[in-house]
Design a protein around this ligand. Structure first.
Ligand code: NAD
Length: 238
């Protein structure tokens, strides 16, 4: 399916309230590897084997080495044309599965981080979530109390932040358009959001092999297709 049909639908429906849902693919054009796909392996471990509470209990050093590698990549990365285009949408809610903070760095003001933020940490004993963006001199890092620190992300099997899904569903109920950008749509409950929405929806993903729950599927890279789609949304809204 081409981008033209999606653009035509935007011109006809003139959506005002937009929700944008993103996954790792929106940051692929910033050089941050996705989980699924050819770059999705780190020292022959699969993310599903590292991003779990069990893996952290078994081998906190290994898990922290993986997170420090990803934190370094993300620290050096810049928002790309897709993040920047999304940030130009006034009043859009951005619901992201990403932990890289690039939507906020690009200027989006209303961002729900379903899976937390990789630059946050908390103490396994005291909680006390806080920001720690710099590299740690020693791994695994420890709290002042002596207990281990853990990354401030949601691991497989853990609950999402309490207000995340209610905010996303509330915005979807009012939305005229849902954009779904760069997600494989296999990680629940995030994947359920797109499936629950029955209004006009457009997905951007170069891999079309999984099909789409959206009205239109645009087979293109995020940084290439998103600015074109958002230019048209802004044009019909003006
Ligand atoms: P995923 O790795 O499962 O899927 C990524 C999707 O992006 C794939 O469908 C792929 O075809 C698509 N894609 C690849 N390059 C693209 C591009 N240039 N433009 C558009 N789409 C592209 O990622 P997911 O669906 O987000 O879910 C998995 C989990 O991965 C999430 O929990 C998330 O927290 C975590 N994750 C986050 C980051 C990040 O913060 N940048 C990176 C990797 C994984």
């Amino acid at each position: 399916m081409s981008i033209d049909a999606a653009i035509q639908a935007i011109r006809e429906r003139k959506p005002r309230r937009v929700v944008v849902m993103t996954g790792a693919g929106v940051s692929a054009d910033s050089g941050i590897p996705t989980f699924r796909g050819p770059d999705g392996l780190w020292r022959n471990f699969r993310p599903e084997e590292l991003a779990t509470p069990e893996a952290f209990r078994r081998d906190p050093l290994l898990v922290w080495e993986w997170y420090e590698w990803r934190r370094g990549l993300i620290r050096d990365a810049q928002p790309n044309a897709a993040h920047e285009a999304i940030a130009r949408l006034p009043d859009a809610l951005v619901v992201t599965q990403n932990v890289d903070g690039l939507h906020t760095r690009a200027g989006s003001r209303d961002v729900v981080e379903l899976h937390g933020n990789i630059f946050h940490v908390s103490c396994v004993r005291e909680g006390n979530p806080r920001m720690h963006a710099e590299a740690f001199p020693d791994l695994p890092p420890r709290c002042e109390c002596g207990a281990l620190l853990r990354p401030g992300v949601v691991w497989f099997g853990e609950a999402l932040p309490e207000d995340a899904m209610p905010r996303a569903y509330a915005a979807l109920q009012r939305a005229d358009l849902l954009l779904v950008i760069g997600t494989s749509g296999v990680v629940y409950p995030a994947a359920g959001l797109a499936r629950a929405y029955d209004g006009l929806s457009i997905e951007v993903n170069p891999d079309t092999s999984l099909g789409s729950a959206c009205t239109f599927l645009v087979p293109a890279r995020a940084a290439e297709a998103t600015p074109r789609i958002i230019d048209v949304i802004l044009e019909v809204q003006s």
